[in-house]
Design a protein around this ligand. Structure first.
Ligand SMILES: [Zn+2]
Ligand SMILES: [Zn+2]
Ligand SMILES: [Zn+2]
Length: 130
């Protein structure tokens, strides 16, 4: 049985907005498609590439600390210690928002567009957009 090993990168590229519709672009570098207007945008950010290259991660199988050595995410890596293959995935960007009714802080994954949120504390439904 092969189970999929993944490690989430801790380094996110900067949040960029679409030059066409000014909405939030999905997190990533390279050719990105705006989910709001469909525009294709080329993004790059050298400091993020450098940080990705030098990011230290621990092998999900043997916990040995490795240097990623690749400047893109996701990336397929192989551990030099135990030979396990795993996927280094892009960081999932989470943001904290505040419920407009009870002011409780809610952590959520940042995705472009509008979403309805149900506050788990006071059950108020409200709209967020990025
Ligand atoms: Zn757009
Ligand atoms: Zn290993
Ligand atoms: Zn609330």
């Amino acid at each position: 049985m092969d189970e999929e090993l993944t490690v989430e990168s801790r380094i996110a590229p900067p949040s960029l907005s679409c030059p066409k519709c000014n909405g939030l672009l999905p997190s990533g570098l390279g050719e990105i498609e705006c989910v709001l207007c469909g525009a294709h945008v080329r993004t790059d950010h050298e400091p993020t590439r450098t940080k990705w290259m030098n990011e230290r991660i621990s092998c999900p199988s043997c916990s040995k600390v490795l240097i990623a050595g690749v400047d893109h995410r996701p990336a397929e890596l192989r551990c030099g210690g135990c030979e396990a293959q795993f996927t280094l995935t892009a960081k999932v960007v989470r943001v904290e928002i505040e419920c407009p009714s009870c002011h409780r802080g809610l952590r959520m994954i940042q995705r472009p567009g509008q979403r309805m949120i149900d506050c788990p504390a006071c059950s108020t439904t409200f709209k967020v957009s990025f």
